[in-house]
Design a protein around this ligand. Sequence first.
Ligand SMILES: NC(=O)c1ccc[n+]([C@@H]2O[C@H](COP(=O)([O-])OP(=O)(O)OC[C@H]3O[C@@H](n4cnc5c(N)ncnc54)[C@H](O)[C@@H]3O)[C@@H](O)[C@H]2O)c1
Length: 259
Amino acid sequence: MQRFEGRVALVTAGAQGIGAAVVRRIAAEGGSVVITDLQEDKIAELAAELGDQAIGVRTDVMSRDDVNAAVAKAVERFGRLDVVVNNAGGCIVTSVPEDTTDEDWHRQLDLTLVGASRCIQAALPHLVESRGNVVTISSVNGLAAFGNIEYSAAKAGQIAMTLNYAARYGDLGVRFNVVAPGTIRTPNWDSHPEALETLSQLYPLGRVGEPEDIAAAVAFLASEDASWITGQTLPVEGGVLTGPAPLVLSTSGPFAKKY
Ligand SMILES: NC(=O)c1ccc[n+]([C@@H]2O[C@H](COP(=O)([O-])OP(=O)(O)OC[C@H]3O[C@@H](n4cnc5c(N)ncnc54)[C@H](O)[C@@H]3O)[C@@H](O)[C@H]2O)c1
């Protein structure tokens, strides 16, 4: 499939994990990609791997100047901008919610919610021109209670922001959607790999996700295959949102699975 031939995508936090998988997927489908992240070495390495199809631009989504410059660079290098993937926005608060400070809240919202908003604002004139679209990587934390209150609130905020932008710019052909991943095996989990083992037991499909599972969903929503889909949140989560009851009830007792 070459769904991104002639199209240009900007991916935030594209150096590793989900972002890097999205970059590779869009490039594999013929697109040009602007890889942005704080990690200059890694984005340079990934851009080199993709040759003429990619450039790396060091960008902190918490800086409006950086974001504006990255969008300008995308248009300068490739002449247009069709897709923004708002992937930056991981959990950065480490204290329990009872102890978080205003500063913790502000940092988390600034990274996850305002960061995505900055990228949309900077890209919007170009997306209007290209009738492009935005895919924001939220989380199942934005849809149900999995802990990390500040992160979850910011992720839910991304969903509300997407609904409003979708309603506001649909008439100009610009689409806004969200992918809400469950647990995904990325470097984010490198310091506690055992957690992935434990968490996999909560997933009806029997495993945590891989970055490529998310990249496939992003590529679908960002492509013309989804040209009549806007304002939606697509959970890509191995069934974890079905809740714990079906898992427990299906293994023992009167409702145990027959097969
Ligand atoms: N991994 C999961 O289990 C999981 C689950 C649900 C949602 N998500 C979401 O997916 C997205 C990517 O997660 P991941 O696990 O692939 O990431 P990761 O932790 O592997 O990498 C995060 C990347 O973000 C970059 N980054 C950090 N601060 C930044 C900033 N201010 N500006 C630009 N880049 C910055 C880092 O340099 C790094 O390359 C995040 O929004 C995260 O919330 C992840």
